[in-house]
Every structure is written in C-alpha cells, then in structure tokens.
Design a protein around this ligand. Structure first.
Ligand SMILES: [Ca+2]
Ligand SMILES: [Ca+2]
Ligand SMILES: [Ca+2]
Ligand SMILES: [Zn+2]
Length: 430
C-alpha cells in the first residue's frame, strides 16, 4: 500500500519535471530575438563596444538633464536599404512584400492602421523610407538582391560575413539583411531576428538581420522586425533587468512608463512583478501594481498581443536619433537622385584666437542658380563676420539649394580656437 502511494507520488513528480522540461524546451525554440546574445558576443570580443554602448547611455542621460525629452516634434524619416540574401527559394520575397514590411513598420511607429485598432499606443513620429537614392546618387528601389548560401546563417559566427555581401554606408542608411534562416549556437533555430543597439552606429555590422517569413507577411508577424528596429534605436527589452524598480530611468529598460517585468514568455494578461510603485519619484507614473505591458513591442508576449510603443520609449528613440544616430538625419537617402549638382567652398580661417574677428564667406557654384543660400550655424544665426569670445571651437554647417528639390549642398567648417596667452607662448617658443 505504502509503496503504491510512493509510486504515485513518484509518477507525479516525474510528470511535473517533464512538463517543466518541455516548457523550457518550448521557451528555447520560441525565443525570437537574438539581439541580447549578439551584444554579449560583441562585448566578449572587445570591451570597447561595451564602453561605446555605455557612452550612449551617458549621452541620453545628459540630454535628458538639460530639458525634458526630445528637442523636436518634427517627424524624422530615416532611410532604409533592404538586402535580400537568398538562394532562389521562397526567402527571395517580392518587392511588394518588402514594401508591405516597411508600411507595417511605419504603421507601428505612428500607431496607425492594424496596430491602432488593437488598443492604445504612442505615435513616435519616427518614419522610414525605402531609399530612393544610392550612396552614389543613383536611382534605387532601396532593395538589393544577392544570391548566397549565407541565407541560412549562424548569427554568432557568420554575422559579418553575411553583411560583407552587401552593405551601404551605415552612417547614411539603416541596413536590413533579409535571410531564410537564422540559427543561434546558444538559442537554436527559434531566433527570427537580431539588431545591434545604437552604440554600434556606423560600424560595419550595424543594422539588423530578419528572417523572410517575418518580413511583410502580416502585421502580427512583423512585430519581430518592429521589435528589432526598436533595438536599433536603442530600446531594451521591457523585461531587461527584472523586477528591480527603485530608479525607473536607470533600471530595467531605463524607461519609466513601461512597468517592471521579468516574464519571457507570457500570456496577453500577466503580472510578473509587484515592484511597479517602488520608485516614489514623480517620474514613475505607476502608483499601483499593474499588469506587465504585454502589448509592448519590446516584450516577449505572443505576437498577437503586441501593438504599442510608449511615450517614454519614443523619447529614448528620438534622443538616440538626435544624438547618436544623428548622421541618419543628414542622409539624403530618402530623396531622389540630384540631377543638377551644386558645389561650393567656404573661405574662413581654420584657426583663431579669442578676441579675434574673422571673416567667413561662402561661394557656391551649381549648374543652376543658388536660390536659397544661407548660413546654418550650430547656433542657427546667419552671419559672415564673427567675433570669437571664448576658447570653444566653432563649428559651422552650411547648406544651399537650387531649384531641384533633390539637390542640397552641405559642407562643414571648424575653426579651432585657442586662448591668446597660449598662442603667444607657442609663438615665443617657436
Ligand atoms: Ca530561425
Ligand atoms: Ca520600465
Ligand atoms: Ca506589475
Ligand atoms: Zn529583442
């Protein structure tokens, strides 16, 4: 009798262990994003990348310190280039499907269309265009196709090799590589996409890799791609750092209006942390314990639950664009090719001392007349003669246009300023 009871208990225990194991295995195969793993790989390879990423956090904190939030309410439109790396299989998706992916991406970031109908979310005023101009000023669909076996790739070992097949200047374009299958050495074949955070801005591997089956197929499958774009713009997972929530802007995902979360694979309604109101400062909007934000694109809830970014996430992404990925705002990738080029030159000294008056002049020459020539300085003042009153170096951005709306001439000039005393000393030593 006793041994029969024991055997029943043993069977139950075994069953519980097996169910637990199968859940674990399930969790492994369901793991859709490889971004964290790839960041980890990067930091192991060279600690400088960790320093670089930490620097982006410092920049964001500093920018937030001076004023609350993003400095602009403009819509930012960022140019995207899609490299379809295929082997003539179904992963060689059509232009239409790629355009659908970008359209879903834009709907998610503006919280419109299929995502808006699911519930409340924030319009980030960040949009994306498929590039209209190549880095060489040629016309393009923003889609490059390359035939390669690397369409089935292992992310930890073949990331750079894949990206070397086709790449446009990552300072000017968001590079997206679409492949058939991503496999991870640690996470298995469940990985469907990965991206690098903004600390990698402009580096050869900067950008994201997505599987073709999660690219333009349906609004709910495209949350993988939307999620990766969130990482590219420096968003962390909502469950990053677990439940600790004493300083909501520095812990967890470093965004205060996403509640603390430690669930990896949760249902649409789930509450994994009760620490929501621990941070008692006014920047924490939570005064009671709420459910996890499973509707958030940066959560790991089932795809159909996801439909929102928050205001705080939008701010983090916009600050990232304005400060770390700023060169994308200068990119002309969204414009059609310029057909009547303008050239120009700046005449100004490159060195000066405090108290000195210097002349700056610009002469522009184009195939057509320069109709909108003006100085755009870092202080947004127009002048041609300046008095140098501090030892801060002066940076001037100049741009001019002609009647072709796709043509912009931009140039930069820096005047290195030194104090008179040091100048005299240097001259006397020379
Ligand atoms: Ca995969
Ligand atoms: Ca948070
Ligand atoms: Ca909670
Ligand atoms: Zn992720």
């Amino acid at each position: 009798m006793k041994s029969k009871t024991l055997s029943i208990i043993f069977r139950y225990v075994l069953l519980i262990i097996l169910v637990g194991l199968s859940l674990l295995v399930d969790a492994q195969t369901q793991y859709p994003c490889g971004a964290v793993e790839m960041q980890k790989e990067l930091y192991l390879k060279d600690k400088k990348w960790l320093d670089m990423q930490e620097k982006t956090e410092q920049v964001l904190i500093r920018q937030k310190g001076g004023f609350v939030g993003s400095r602009s309410t403009d819509t930012y439109t960022l140019p995207v280039v899609v490299h379809v790396v295929h082997n003539n299989g179904s992963e060689n998706i059509s232009d239409d499907q790629i355009e659908q992916a970008i359209s879903n991406l834009n709907a998610a970031f503006s919280h419109t269309g299929p995502y808006q109908t699911k519930g409340e979310g924030f319009d980030t005023k960040i949009q994306f265009c498929l590039a209209n101009r190549t880095p060489d000023n040629q016309s393009t669909s923003g889609i490059n196709r390359v035939i390669s076996n690397l369409t089935n790739m292992t992310m930890e070992t073949q990331d750079e090799e894949l990206k070397n097949l086709s790449r446009w200047d990552p300072n000017q374009y968001i590079n997206i590589w679409v492949v058939n299958e991503i496999t991870s050495q640690s996470q298995g074949s469940g990985v469907a996409g990965y991206a690098y955070l903004a600390g990698m801005h402009g580096q050869p591997v900067d950008g994201m890799v997505c599987e073709a089956k999660y690219f333009g197929k349906s609004p709910s499958d495209d949350v993988v791609f939307i999620h990766e774009m969130g990482h590219y713009l420096n968003l962390l997972h909502t469950f990053d750092g677990g439940c600790t929530n004493n300083l909501c802007d520095q812990e967890g995902d470093k965004v205060c209006d996403t509640p603390p979360d430690q669930a990896l694979h949760s249902a649409c309604v789930f509450n994994s942390c009760g620490t929501d109101k621990n941070d008692t400062r006014s920047i924490n909007p939570f005064t009671t314990d709420v459910n996890d934000m499973t509707q958030n694109y940066m959560d790991y809830s089932p795809f159909e639950c996801q439909f929102a970014f928050t205001k705080g996430q939008s701010e983090r992404m916009r600050l990232t664009i304005e400060n770390i990925r700023e060169s994308l705002l200068q990119s002309e990738g969204c414009l059609s090719p310029c057909l009547s080029t303008i050239s120009g030159s700046i005449s100004a000294p490159t060195e000066a001392v405090t108290g000195e008056k210097v002349n700056l002049s610009f002469s522009g020459a184009g195939a057509t007349t320069c109709v909108d020539c003006q100085w755009h300085t870092n202080r947004d003042i127009s002048y041609t003669r300046i008095c140098i009153y501090s030892t801060r170096d002066l940076h001037h951005n100049f741009s001019s246009r002609n009647q072709d709306a796709n043509c912009i001439y931009k140039t930069k000039h820096t005047i290195t300023v030194s104090a008179i005393f040091w100048q005299i000393l240097i001259r006397s030593l020379a």
